[in-house]
Design a protein around this ligand. Structure first.
Ligand code: ATP
Ligand code: MG
Length: 289
C-alpha cells in the first residue's frame, strides 16, 4: 500500500475511455486484465443489468475461482452491489430489475428457469452491510437455516452445526454461555460474526459480502478480516469494500468497477501497486471517488 500512496507516476496523459483502442492490446472482453481463472466456481459472461431504463451493469465478464477472495472496488454507484447481487439472484427481488448474460455456478446456469432460487441462495450465501440477526436467540439464528433446509437429522446434529459454525465465525468463545439470549443483544461486530455463522451453517459454496465491515470498529473489522482469510480455505468469497486497505488485506484478486463497467481485474498486489488502467490508478491513488 505504501508504494501506492507514494506513486509518482505522471497524470498528464488523458484518462482512457474504457473502450479506448489504446488499451486494445491488453483488453479481454472490454476489461483490462485476466477475467478468467483456471477453475472457476462462478463464471459470468456479458452481464448487463437494468433498473428500468438505467443501465447499471454493462457487459461485465468475470470468474471467481475456488478458494479465492475477489474484492470488488470502485466509486459509489458504480454497480458493485448490483453485480454482487446478480451472483445469487438477489436482484430478482428488486422490481423493474432485469439481468441478462450468462452466470454459472459450477457450470450450471443460475438464471435457468428450472433453478429454484431458495437452494441457490443456500449455495451462494450473502452477508450484508448492516448486521441483520433474526429477532431470535443466538442459537436459533444459526440453527434456523439448517433446520428449514432439512440439513439435520437430530438435535445433536443441530447442536454440532451451531457450535462448529460459531467457531468458524470466531464467535463461539464469546457466546457459548449465552446461547439462549437474543442475537440482537450482541455488539455490532458480534452480530456480524453471528450473521457469518448463520451463513456458513447451511454449508454454502460461495459467500457474497457487501461491505461487511462498514458498520464496525477497527477491532471488529480486524476479526472479520482474519475470519475471511480462514474461510477462504473452504469457501469462495466475493467481497465489496470501500476500503482499499481491506481489499489489499483480504483478497487475492481485485476487480475495479467504474460507471457500471468492469475496468480492470488482476492480482490484488498488481492492482494496488501497478494498475494498468488510468481509471484504476486515479481511484487507488485517491484522485477520484
Ligand atoms: N433498486 C434500484 N432501482 C434503481 N436504480 C438502482 C437501484 N439499485 C441501484 N440502482 C442504481 O444502479 C447503480 C449502481 O448501484 P449500486 O448500488 O450497485 O452501486 P454501488 O457500487 O454498490 O454503490 P455504493 O458504493 O454506494 O454501495 C446506481 O446508479 C444506482 O443508483
Ligand atoms: Mg453498494
Amino acid at each position: 500500500m505504501e508504494q501506492t500512496m507514494n506513486m509518482s507516476k505522471t497524470t498528464a496523459e488523458p484518462a482512457f475511455d474504457v473502450n479506448s483502442s489504446a488499451l486494445a492490446d491488453r483488453r479481454v472482453d472490454g476489461t483490462v486484465g485476466k477475467i478468467r481463472v483456471d477453475n472457476p466456481r462462478m463464471s459470468t459472461t456479458d452481464v448487463d443489468v437494468y433498473y428500468g431504463d438505467k443501465h447499471a451493469i454493462q457487459n461485465v465478464s468475470l470468474d471467481i475461482g475456488q478458494n479465492e477472495v475477489v474484492a470488488m472496488i470502485g466509486p459509489s454507484g458504480c454497480g458493485k452491489s448490483t453485480f454482487l447481487r446478480c451472483l445469487n439472484r438477489m436482484n430478482d427481488t428488486v422490481a423493474g430489475c432485469k439481468v441478462t448474460g450468462t452466470l454459472l455456478l459450477d457450470k450450471e446456469d443460475i438464471y435457468d428457469p428450472k433453478i429454484d432460487v431458495v437452494p441457490l441462495r443456500v449455495r451462494v450465501g450473502m452477508v450484508f452491510q448492516k448486521p441483520n440477526p433474526f429477532p431470535k436467540s443466538i442459537y436459533e439464528n444459526v440453527a434456523y437455516g439448517p433446520r428449514i433446509h432439512g440439513l439435520i437429522t437430530s438435535n445433536a446434529d443441530l447442536d454440532e452445526i451451531v457450535e462448529t459454525s460459531l467457531k468458524k465465525a470466531g464467535l463461539w468463545e464469546e457466546v457459548k454461555d449465552r446461547m439462549d439470549q437474543p442475537g440482537t443483544g450482541l455488539s455490532g461486530g458480534q452480530q456480524q460474526r453471528l450473521c457469518i455463522a448463520r451463513t456458513i451453517a447451511v454449508s454454502p459454496e460461495v459467500i457474497l459480502m457487501d461491505e461487511p465491515c462498514s458498520a464496525l470498529d477497527p477491532i471488529a473489522t480486524a476479526k472479520i478480516e482474519e475470519l475471511i482469510d480462514e474461510l477462504r480455505e473452504q469457501f469462495t468469497i466475493a467481497i465489496v469494500t470501500h476500503s482499499m486497505q481491506q481489499a489489499a488485506r483480504v483478497s487475492q484478486r481485485t476487480a475495479y468497477f467504474h460507471l457500471g463497467k468492469l475496468v480492470e481485474v488482476g492480482e490484488t498486489n498488481q492492482i494496488f501497486t501497478a494498475p494498468k488502467h488510468k481509471l484504476t490508478e486515479d481511484y487507488i491513488t485517491g484522485r477520484f471517488g
